[in-house]
Write a protein that binds this ligand. Structure first.
Ligand SMILES: NC(=O)c1ccc[n+]([C@@H]2O[C@H](COP(=O)([O-])OP(=O)(O)OC[C@H]3O[C@@H](n4cnc5c(N)ncnc54)[C@H](OP(=O)(O)O)[C@@H]3O)[C@@H](O)[C@H]2O)c1
Length: 258
């Protein structure tokens, strides 16, 4: 199947490692133009050099941006617009589940977690909406199964991801009139070197192995590229009738009849 993503202009928030990096590579493999982002310009420059050995260098922009700061998001928009004169696909991947296990996290925790997982997503989609509307493009949010049901993840993270899914679906209905499609993906446990699951496995390998075996029907972690493949499909014109969807990719962890 041809995804027809050649030359498409794509922004991926939080793409220097993990799921965001895999998404960037998937789009580059399809011949798209990709803006890599994180808070650290030196990491991004290094990554651009590495990726340039496999992909066309001029297809890669590497721009640092603190997505919890709306002024920085506006500056990023100017930079992208200056180089590419628009944007076709916006992937809002940035998020973090690093919080506490208390029954009721403090308001400071809620605020911090909402800032990274929810506020940054709303602000990024708002600031880039005019460009996506102009290209009749698509927006995709990376949520989590923690936003779909109660999995034992930190409460503030779970609530922030639920809010993100609700936002994505509301936006999908309203953006349809502009020819813009909006979807989201809810991943389960995704393992990669340097990721949070690697940390957890190192801290207590037996507990994590038990957890995966008892809660995930496929008995394994997911891989970033398994999320990236679905992102590329949902963002492409091959999904032209799909909007307002939330695709769960979790090895069957949350599969059940209501
Ligand atoms: N991994 C999983 O098992 C899993 C499961 C379900 C859902 N998810 C969701 O999938 C998404 C990606 O997860 P991941 O595990 O790949 O994330 P990750 O390893 O924490 O990577 C996050 C990326 O975002 C950048 N970043 C962090 N804070 C930033 C900020 N304030 N402004 C700009 N960039 C920032 C990081 O680079 P710097 O730190 O250098 O800035 C990095 O490139 C998240 O939304 C997460 O909630 C992950």
């Amino acid at each position: 199947m041809k995804l027809n993503l050649h030359e498409k202009r794509v922004l991926i928030t939080g793409s220097s490692r993990g799921i965001g990096l895999a998404i960037s590579e998937a789009f580059l493999e399809e011949g798209a133009r990709v803006t890599l982002t994180s808070r650290h310009q030196s990491d991004l420059d290094q990554l651009k050099n590495t990726l340039s050995q496999r992909f066309v260098q001029s297809s890669i922009l590497a721009l640092a941006c603190e997505f919890t700061d709306i002024e920085r998001i506006r500056k990023l928009k100017e930079q992208i617009n200056l180089t590419w004169k628009g944007l076709d696909i916006l992937i809002i991947n940035l998020g973090s589940g690093k919080s506490v296990s208390e029954p009721i996290p403090s308001i400071e925790n809620f605020e911090r977690i909402f800032q990274v997982n929810f506020d940054s997503a709303i602000n990024t989609s708002r600031e880039f909406y005019s460009l996506i509307k102009e290209s009749r493009g698509s927006i995709l949010f990376i949520a989590s199964i923690a936003g779909v049901e109660v999995t034992g993840a930190p409460t503030d993270y779970s609530v922030a991801k639920s809010a993100l899914i609700a936002y994505s679906k509301n936006l999908a209905r309203k953006a349809a009139r502009d020819g813009v499609r909006v979807n989201c993906i809810a991943p389960g446990n995704i393992y990669f070197d340097g990721g949070t699951w690697e940390e957890k496995v190192k801290a207590d390998p037996e507990r994590i192995q038990r957890l995966i075996e008892t809660t995930v029907p496929l008995h394994r972690f997911g891989k970033p590229e398994e999320i990236a493949a679905a992102v590329a499909f949902l963002a492409s014109e091959r999904s032209s009738f799909t909007t307002g969807a939330c695709l769960i990719i979790d090895g069957g962890q949350t599969a059940r009849i209501f």
